[in-house]
Design a protein around this ligand. Sequence first.
Ligand SMILES: [Fe+2]
Length: 233
Amino acid sequence: MHRFSVELKKDAVVLAMTCTTYTKRGETGMAYTAKDYSHILGMEGISDETLKNHFTLYQGYVSNTNTLLEETARLVEAQQHKSPEFAEMRRRFGFEFDGMRLHEYYFDNLKGNGQLDPQSDLYKKIVEDFGSYDHWKNDFLGTLAMRGIGWAVLLYDHKWDRLLNAWIELHQTNVLAGLPPLLVVDAWEHAYYLDYQTGRPGYIEAIFANLDWDEVIRRFENNPEIRDRRKAA
Ligand SMILES: [Fe+2]
């Protein structure tokens, strides 16, 4: 008899934080491993305690992503791929995978000086698409301030060569298909509650002061698909 649901434990941290490579795991392919983000500790306005708790949550998403891959593979092997267990785990997969990946984008675009170079192509594209940097920022701030839990993201639509701000509900709802994220900011309460309680505006201000825009520029300039589309524009 199969379990109906996989035990998805927040504390199931079985993966080495320092390992950034993939490891072979049976017949389910390469297992994901959590990245070490200890280098972003020491930010002004976002406490180390908040960040360390956040790393632990992130590691749980990595672990659960692997668990779901393993368990669905096991059900396929057992000819149970049309079972309710399989369907429920497949449905859950987007939540765990996007929870893992969005946290990686988020941690990677932190611990900068909060300044976007006005001479950068990204800055110029923001002005082109939103009218001004301030207009874009207010649009993004409004997205971040929405009630509910999710993510504010700046995306690039290579079909139309334009930037878009969007709100991802939870981790996986309202994801705009095929649009690579450039800037990703966590708006779940665990990202700020210890430091600001329910005061999300204080968190938003601290995040903007710590954004690593150089990383965001790298995502914009180094993605071959974006680069090719920008050249053709
Ligand atoms: Fe988070």
